[in-house]
Design a protein around this ligand. Structure first.
Ligand code: FAD
Ligand code: NAP
Length: 876
């Protein structure tokens, strides 16, 4: 740590180094909730001075503020509690499965007492401003009591759900009765006995409080803008089996939580909701419903969060449950969510919520049908009526995840404020740090799993990561840490890519910033799981703070780089394949390599249905070969309206595969283009070496041209397409048939083509291993098909052709992490330079095998669409 700050523990908050109104300290901690308390404890253990602040007059954070009736956690208390101190963990006994707010607050007070944490905090003190001082390399914070805090490190432990949303309803200030906000509930409680009450909002806070308010109020009117999916909590004493499981191996249980997806050890299903019968599915849902809990339903099948049709099954189930509980069918219909998939807005856990609407004094107003026009002195006016009330309860939620961070006026390097930097949405590296704000850390910041997890697990992980980082910096003579722009930019892409794999972006949720007018629509948390995220954070450290700049008086370290560049579904697929432990294909005899390659065919998704599939043979260059024809689903067209035809060459390095081996891709192309796709076989090496494959490829095109009408297509509208070695053949064929007197080819679609066997380009080495197509496998393919001397022949290295002019329009898709990327790029550029029409895209984060993996890799779909759109254009 620095030489001019206090390294030791501050026995009285900040006193040791207070000078006038400026207090000097190593670490300023904003927030005294779960995060600020644990951070303070760890810093003290490390001998690092810290001073914490909270607007509240005591510890507790969320559990200090949210004192509305019925407030409880929705993650079981056994899980929703600290794990850092095994004795604390073992000694504390929760009285209920889901503890009430008072019990959780008592727990946090107990923790504060046990570790004597309050002396490191100034309560009733808001941090209002923070400015980075570039010359001293320190932060200067200004608090609501006018003091300045001079600190080396500044940690925002300010919570994801700590800034209640300002009432954004016309006339809110007019109401003359009692007004309450669930997120700022009076400490003395509220008695609604004998009162007419309105609750605005039907999120978790409302759903927890409404049954309690209904029990007191004479009239309760609930104003609902969007209905929520709510699951019964089935609260009671902690579940005995779970208590016993933890008691038997507390450390093991906690460790499993750390390496789980949501921060709670759960069985993850590997079954799709769409592959079981209705009875089986409903039995699973019924069991989950009766078990209760936030994760019970969502973990029944593996595709509820990613597949809308699968999600519909659980959404329907809950809607049926609502209809079963609520007597009035109209009210049940209003309470049933249809506008977003289950789980894409935070589901609620309830205690008899839906049944409340069977009580005669409780009414539901559906704001989509009758919006609030204004709040008046007496109550709420909607387009249809005036509802007079004595008390108005806002359960309208929070400016989530970014609200508390940008509500402090934080100015980083060169006068840039955090609010300005984040005006189009937050940008962070790992949800922990942000460029231009050195030495600023956020706990559970945007871009980390945070609110999608048991937050205590995520909080502990962030606190540990920050403290371990500070320890590393101290030991290494660094005093400054800041992420690099490249790392931050790539992290933002990764967070978005992951969210794009899920149904989350389909909801107008606070996860998307959609609840706050004017807030940018960005998916805020990281959906890659607590386990995956922890692995990434650990990897960043193991790779010597990859993506960070570290600096001290005498040394600097810039380790620029990107921790996750592959598309998330590609990473998952590679991990699954790695688990199979298959031998490298090139280590096997050819027949075994083919058998192993073929074995994968049965395990992949089949691709879309097409109208008709016809298998047949055609005359190759030296004998009959197989083809498979895919005809689109739309009605047959007559002779005057014949379809375009795509002659497709399969991948497999001229050694593996056959006319059916790229079946899902051919179906997909047929489905997207409406063209006939004919996948043709060709002779394979080593039995038939160069130029056998290109001879057969040419023969196939000649046969299709000659028989186009019989095949249902048009000889004037033919394009060639292929993947990998098949794209090589398509490129070769396109060159060979230039000006052959036949109707010219309408286009060529080249997906990750092999184009040059003579040059090793950087991508071949950069992506040599571990990404499906390896350098050694590619070498093996070449060796099977050609002699080295033959590799400059344009019949196998089309990039080396003397003349690349006059080629049909091309679409070329290469993949960022493909050994063949650079030769594919070079071919696209060379064709364009020769005056051809070329559409070229590089599939970010993809590998050689990504794009043909129909339905297995959703992020590949956009690139298949690029190819299909180009083919459709070519064949029009
Ligand atoms: P918080 O507890 O929000 O504490 C942040 C503190 O920072 C606040 O006390 C605030 O006053 C203070 N602060 C903010 N800005 C400033 C400033 N500028 N100056 C001074 N002080 C400042 N998560 C779960 O995982 N499971 C649950 O069951 C669950 N239930 C929840 C129930 C409710 C009602 C709510 C609102 C949230 C719930 N959450 C739950 C999320 C919950 O916020 C986290 O679990 C956790 O309590 C957050 O702790 P924290 O310390 O990060 O932040
Ligand atoms: P919320 O989920 O954001 O719900 C706010 C509700 O108010 C929504 O129904 C929203 O409708 C409505 N609303 C907002 N502005 C409105 C307006 N101008 N007019 C009419 N209606 C309006 O907030 P919350 O209930 O406080 O919960 C926030 C999060 O805190 C939860 O998702 C959860 O993570 C956590 N929490 C957990 C628990 C628990 O069970 N442990 C309890 C409370 C909170 P729209 O949906 O249309 O925006």
């Amino acid at each position: 740590m620095s030489t001019n700050t206090t390294l030791h523990d501050t026995t009285d908050a900040g006193q040791a180094s207070t000078n006038g109104t400026t207090t000097t300290v190593d670490v300023a901690v904003v927030g005294a909730g779960f995060a600020g308390l644990y951070l303070t404890h760890r810093l003290r253990q490390m001998g690092i001075s810290s001073l914490g602040f909270d607007v509240a007059d005591n510890v507790g954070g969320t559990w200090y503020w949210n004192r509305y009736p019925g407030a409880r956690c929705d993650v079981e208390s056994i899980d929703y509690s600290y794990s850092f101190d095994p004795e604390l963990d073992a000694e504390w006994k929760w009285s209920e499965r889901y503890a009430t707010q008072p019990e959780i607050l008592t727990y946090l007070n107990h923790v504060a007492d046990r570790f004597d944490l309050r002396r490191n905090f100034r309560f009733e003190t808001r941090v209002e401003k923070a400015i980075w001082n570039e010359s001293s390399k320190r932060w200067i914070l200004t608090t609501s009591d006018g003091d300045d805090i001079d600190c080396r490190y500044y940690v925002m432990a300010t919570g994801c759900l700590s800034v209640p949303k300002q009432p954004d309803i016309t006339g809110a200030e007019r109401f003359a009765g009692e007004t309450y906000s669930t997120g700022r509930w009076p400490h003395e409680g509220v008695d609604f006995t004998g009162k007419r009450v309105a609750v605005i909002g039907t999120g978790s806070s409302a759903i927890q409080s409404i049954p309690h308010i209904a029990a007191q109020a004479t009239e309760l009117t609930v104003f609902q803008r969007t209905p929520n999916f709510s699951i019964p909590a089935h609260n009671g004493p902690p579940v005995p089996d779970k208590v016993a499981e933890i008691a038997a191996d507390r450390a093991g249980y906690r460790e499993r939580a750390r390496w789980s997806r949501a921060g709670v050890p759960l069985e993850a299903s590997e079954v799709s909701a769409l592959t079981v019968t209705l009875e089986e599915r409903n039995a699973a849902y019924e069991k989950a419903w009766n078990t209760g809990g936030l994760f019970s339903l969502s973990t029944q099948f593996n595709d509820l969060g990613t597949n809308k049709a699968a999600n519909d099954t659980v959404s329907d189930f809950i809607r049926e449950k609502i209809a079963g509980v609520v007597d009035n069918p109209e009210t049940a219909a209003k309470l049933s969510p249809y506008s977003y998939p289950f789980g894409t807005k935070r589901p609620c856990l309830d205690d008899n919520y839906y049944a409340v609407y069977n009580q005669p004094h409780v009414e539901l107003v559906e704001l989509r049908a009758e919006p609030i026009t204004t709040i008046t002195e007496k109550g709420v006016d909607t387009s249809d009526r005036s509802v007079e009330v004595d008390a108005l309860v806002y359960a309208t939620g929070f400016d989530a995840m970014t609200g508390a961070l940008v509500s402090v006026d934080i100015t980083g390097r060169d006068g840039l404020t955090l609010a300005e930097k984040w005006s189009a949405g937050p940008k962070t590296y790992l949800g922990l740090t942000t460029v231009d704000f050195p030495n600023l850390f956020m706990i559970t910041g945007p871009g980390s799993p945070s609110v999608l997890s048991n937050m205590i697990v995520s909080i502990e992980q962030h606190v540990d990561w920050i403290c371990d980082t500070l320890a590393h910096m101290t030991a290494s003579g660094f005093e400054l840490i800041e992420p690099t722009s490249a790392a931050e930019e790539a992290w933002g892409l990764h967070v978005n890519d992951f969210a794009g794999l899920t149904l989350f972006p389909q909801a107008n949720s606070w996860y998307m910033g959609a609840n706050v007018p004017g807030k940018p629509r960005v998916f805020l948390p990281y959906v890659g799981g607590v386990d995956g995220y922890r692995r990434i954070c650990d990897e960043v450290v193991e790779r010597d703070y990859l993506g960070f700049k570290l600096a001290g008086d005498n040394r600097e370290q810039l380790n620029d780089g990107v921790v996750r560049e592959l598309q998330p579904d590609v990473t998952i697929m590679l991990e699954l394949i790695a688990e199979l432990g298959m031998p490298p294909l090139e280590s096997l005899p050819v027949a075994e390599a083919r058998a192993l390659s073929d074995a994968g065919k049965d395990m992949r998704p089949p691709g879309p249905d097409v109208g008709e599939i016809v298998d047949g043979t055609f005359p190759g260059a030296v004998g009959d070969l197989d083809y498979r024809l895919y005809r689109p689903t739309s009605p047959d067209q007559g002779a005057d309206d014949q379809r375009g035809i795509v002659v497709y060459y399969h991948g497999g390095g001229w050694v593996l595969g056959d006319a059916t081996s790229d079946d899902p891709l051919c179906r997909d192309l047929c489905d997207r283009t409406g063209a006939i796709v004919i996948s043709v076989d060709y002779r394979h090496a080593p039995e038939a070496v160069f130029p056998a494959a290109s001879d057969d490829a040419l023969a196939a095109l000649a046969w299709v041209r000659a028989n186009a009408e019989e095949l249902g297509g048009s000889a004037d509208r033919i394009a060639v397409a292929g993947w990998s070695a098949g794209a090589n053949l398509a490129a070769v064929v396109a060159q060979q048939v230039r000006g052959d007197g036949q109707p010219p080819l309408r286009g060529q679609a080249l997906l990750t083509p092999v184009t040059d066997g003579t040059t090793v380009r950087p991508s071949m080495n950069d992506n040599a291993d571990g990404l499906m197509l390896t350098k050694s496998l590619m070498d093996w393919f070449w060796d099977q098909y050609t002699d080295k001397a033959q590799r400059s022949d344009p019949l196998v290295s089309p990039l080396l052709a003397d003349d690349l002019g006059g080629l049909p329009p091309a679409v070329v898709v290469t993949c960022q992490f493909d050994p063949l990327r650079d030769e594919g790029n070079a071919y696209a550029q060379a064709m364009a330079a020769a005056g051809n029409e070329v559409e070229h895209s590089v599939a970010r984060g993809h590998i050689h095998t990504s794009v043909p993996a129909v339905d297995a890799l959703p992020t590949g779909a956009v690139h298949r669409e690029t190819i299909a759109a180009a083919l459709t254009r070519f064949l029009a």
